[in-house]
Design a protein around this ligand. Structure first.
Ligand code: ATP
Ligand code: MG
Length: 397
């Protein structure tokens, strides 16, 4: 993590001239964010008042489809704003949170306080209101401001989201807290489009064009594989696939897995490798989201996925899914949670778009409804592979 004089958790270390496969990691922010100059300026101008006497705070939201570059745009821009603040001796903090990792206002506020003030402050069991008071007093004392980034904000309930709005609005002309929210548009519309009127700017991103996609892929590939031999045409085919899906994550993941495959099999990266691994790349299984899932959510997912690898099972039921979840817990030496917790895990996986739950009325004799659970476009075998990797990681910690 870069330690600026102004504290922030905005990025993994990113230095001029970075090279190597780690530059393809999901939390790596490149030094150059191509083709987003207008969007960077649009975001930055909302924070101009931080550098004048007015100290106005703001709320903005960045909307855009999967892999349009929302997260990288915001982290990149906030990093730049923090650098300017540092040069001008303004105490500005930046704090980035993926709301899937911390799914309530109090969990996020606790993390912010721990980052800013240190673990000497006890945050466990303290209400959001009290946490807000602690944060506010700290900012006043330090004559500081904070830009709080809430990514995948749809993971919060409306009530939790409101806590942040109140936090920002209260004492508006002296407010020291600005918010940048990030969401995919559909999710935002479901959650809180009613809150749009309280937002200062709504910035909608559009997917990269074909030529922009190619330039970005070439730039990221050259940085990751500098000095390595790459068959000509590789970047064209990766860019083509990424453009078709309108998801830059698809392209970056293809490069990552192609690099891994090539070094494991001791060959150079070729178009043939790209074609071969294409079917293994599922950008919807986002690394940062898998990392944020709790152990029992992962065990639920692996249980459902295992059930669906059985021949003839396109979907499963809650009862069956629960049975497979229990088997998974046994295998990993964990005690299974009750059925109502299991239903909660299913809901999270559904909200993340990994599984589908369709509720239909049962036959006339058995009254009630039945939920049918299926996997969303991702082969169960791939899910099992990735979730296993994540569970092993948790076990080794
Ligand atoms: N302009 C760009 N220049 C270089 N790399 C980029 C650019 N835009 C996006 N990327 C890369 O593409 C990948 C996807 O971008 P990002 O994670 O920001 O998308 P997102 O909109 O947040 O997606 P999601 O909705 O799935 O979270 C990242 O690895 C990011 O570094
Ligand atoms: Mg994102």
């Amino acid at each position: 993590m870069v330690i600026y004089r102004v504290k922030n958790n905005m990025d993994s270390e990113s230095l001029e001239g970075d090279i190597g496969a780690s530059t393809l990691d999901h939390d790596y922010i490149p030094n150059l964010l191509k083709f987003r100059d207008n969007e960077i300026s649009s975001i930055a101008k909302n924070f101009r008042s931080l550098f004048t006497k007015n100290n106005l705070s703001t709320i903005i939201i960045i909307l855009g489809g999967p892999g349009y570059g929302k997260t990288s745009l915001v982290r990149f821009t906030v990093r730049r704003i923090l650098e300017i603040a540092e040069k001008r001796n303004i105490t500005l903090f930046g704090s980035y949170h993926n709301c899937w990792a911390n799914r309530s206002a109090s969990a996020i506020l606790s993390r912010v306080i721990e980052e800013l003030i240190g673990s000497s402050i006890k945050t466990k069991g303290i209400s959001s209101e009290e946490l807000i008071t602690i944060l506010r007093s700290f900012l006043i004392e330090e004559n500081a401001h904070i830009i709080l980034v809430l990514d995948d904000v749809n993971a919060l309930t409306n009530e939790d989201l409101n806590t942040f709005f109140i936090l920002q609005e209260d004492n508006r002309y002296e407010s020291r807290i600005s918010l940048i929210l990030i969401s995919r548009p559909t999710e935002w519309n479901i959650l809180a489009s009613t809150l749009n009127s309280r937002i200062n700017e709504i910035l909608t991103l559009y997917p990269y064009t074909a030529s922009e996609t190619f330039e970005i892929i070439k730039y990221r590939g050259k940085m990751a594989f500098k000095g390595e031999f790459i068959e000509s045409g590789v970047y064209d085919i990766v860019a083509e696939i990424a453009y078709e899906s309108h998801n830059m994550r698809m392209g970056i993941e293809l490069l990552t897995r192609a690099g891994e495959y090539a070094s494991a099999t001791d060959q150079m990266i070729t178009s043939e490798i790209i074609r071969k691994i294409k079917s293994k790349v599922y950008p919807e299984l986002r690394a940062e989201v898998l990392e944020s899932l709790h152990q029992h959510e992962l065990l639920t997912l692996i249980g459902i996925a295992r059930r669906l690898t059985n021949k003839g099972f396109i979907h499963t039921t809650i009862v069956d899914g629960y049975r497979y979840y229990k088997m998974a817990t046994e295998e990993w030496g964990e005690n299974p949670k009750g059925e109502s917790s299991f239903r909660g895990y299913l809901k999270t996986l559904r909200d993340l778009g990994i599984i589908n739950i369709v509720v239909s009325a049962t036959g006339r004799k058995k009254r009630g409804v039945r939920a049918r659970i299926s996997m969303n476009d991702i082969p169960a075998s791939i899910v099992i592979e990735r979730v296993n990797e994540q569970l092993l990681l948790i076990e080794s910690m």
